[in-house]
Design a protein around this ligand. Structure first.
Ligand code: MG
Length: 389
């Protein structure tokens, strides 16, 4: 019922959204809050900005978002990326922001500021990322969307990349998100239905450097925002349902220029894997909460306690796709660039080729809500499909 009401609201809204707004532009400032959720608020601009440099710093009450104490509650929003607004259309924009405290230092929730420094330091390695964001749909009542109210759908099998009634859930919602991402300028590279019914995935990338986190966060924002209209609540929890149902991960695909060099890439990949292995347990501690529920070694995952790597091994921490392995060892005349090594968890892997002291901070590229899914870091590292642009 709730989703029907939501749809009617959209219909009522339509004539107002068609009204002329003159030369003024609505800028929706979007930021990550103290719990890894997303927040937003709107500012009217007299004209469209040409870049983020034209946008004003803004502030908000951080005591209401778990980002500041009540007696010193101002937190500041600094614009870092602009996207087109698929909800308001026209010249209206979405503005991704970093959060800063009163003294000019990054807010505790702002992992991007440090990640940006690391990315800048690693610029010459040309780090490419692709993320595979899996998520699960819930309705207002907290039930998995589309599942029988007093039971379960049939066991997993027909749902992954499924087609047909009873096998696919909420395809219209997914289509809306896909198109909204394309319109906004988010580098979404594909979607697919996942193994558990009402579980989906979208992919973002290839992106170079800090751009990856920006595009993934905006894709998440669009997903949550569109969910308001459908009455759907997407969850990024790594194991939203106990029992014999697949969890949701965020496989990371990663490569550096050296890894993409024909004939030489495999050596760079192997070198990165060695570095990752050495710090596996340390890395796991920053990949987010509840990964122990998903990274069990079952349901197409690697155990979070053991590091592993292999060609075409879906149960390994780091998976090197077979075609990457084949190409990487080819000695000559490899015309196509080596696709990317796709580390599963963007953060660390990519940095594997960097000096070790730079690696740790990188995990924080993807803040808390993402980290649970990114925890999958250990689950598959190397994947080329997305990045093989
Ligand atoms: Mg998947």
């Amino acid at each position: 019922m709730s989703n029907i009401i939501a749809t009617k609201r959209v219909d009522l809204l339509a004539p107002y959204m068609a009204l002329d707004q003159g030369s003024q532009v609505q800028a929706e400032y979007v930021w990550v809050d103290g719990d890894g959720g997303l927040r937003c608020k709107t500012m009217t601009l007299d004209e469209a900005p040409k870049s983020v440099a034209d946008l004003r710093e803004w502030n908000f009450d951080g005591s209401s978002t778990n980002q500041a104490p009540g007696d010193n509650s101002d937190v500041f929003l600094r614009p870092v990326a602009i996207f087109k607004d698929p909800f308001r259309g026209g010249a209206n924009i979405l503005v991704l922001c970093e959060c800063y405290d009163n003294d000019g230092t990054p807010n505790k929730s702002n992992h991007r500021a440090h990640a940006k420094k690391v990315m800048d330091a690693a610029k010459e390695t040309e780090p490419w990322f692709g993320l595979e964001q899996e998520y699960t749909l819930f309705d207002y009542d907290g039930q998995v969307y589309g599942w029988p109210k007093n039971g379960f759908p049939g066991p997993q099998g027909p749902y992954y990349c499924g087609v047909g009634a009873g096998k696919v859930f909420a395809r219209d919602f997914i289509e809306a998100h896909y198109r909204a991402c394309l319109y906004a300028g988010v580098k979404i590279s594909g979607i697919n239905a996942e193994v558990m019914p009402s579980q989906w995935e979208f992919q973002v990338g290839p992106c170079e450097g800090i751009e990856l986190g920006d595009h993934l966060w905006m894709a998440r924002f669009l997903l949550l925002r569109i969910g308001e209209e459908w009455g759907i609540r997407p969850s990024f929890h790594p194991k939203p349902l106990k029992g014999d149902w697949n969890g949701a991960g965020c496989h990371s695909n990663f490569s550096t220029k050296a890894m993409r060099t024909p004939g030489k890439g495999m050596a760079a990949i192997e070198d990165a894997i060695k570095k990752l292995e050495k710090r596996h347990l340390e890395h796991m501690t920053v990949y987010g909460e509840d990964n122990d529920q998903r990274l069990t070694g079952h349901h197409e995952t690697a155990s979070m306690h053991t590091f592993s790597a292999g060609v075409a091994n879906r149960g390994a921490s780091i998976r090197i796709p077979r075609h990457v392995g084949a190409r990487a060892t080819a000695t000559s005349r490899t015309v196509a660039p080596l696709p990317t090594l796709t580390p599963t968890a963007v953060s660390t892997q990519s940095y594997a080729s960097l000096p070790l002291d730079l690696i740790y901070p990188i995990h924080t590229l993807l803040p808390l809500p993402l980290r649970p899914t990114i925890g999958e870091f250990t689950s598959i590292l190397v994947e080329t499909t997305i990045l093989n642009a």
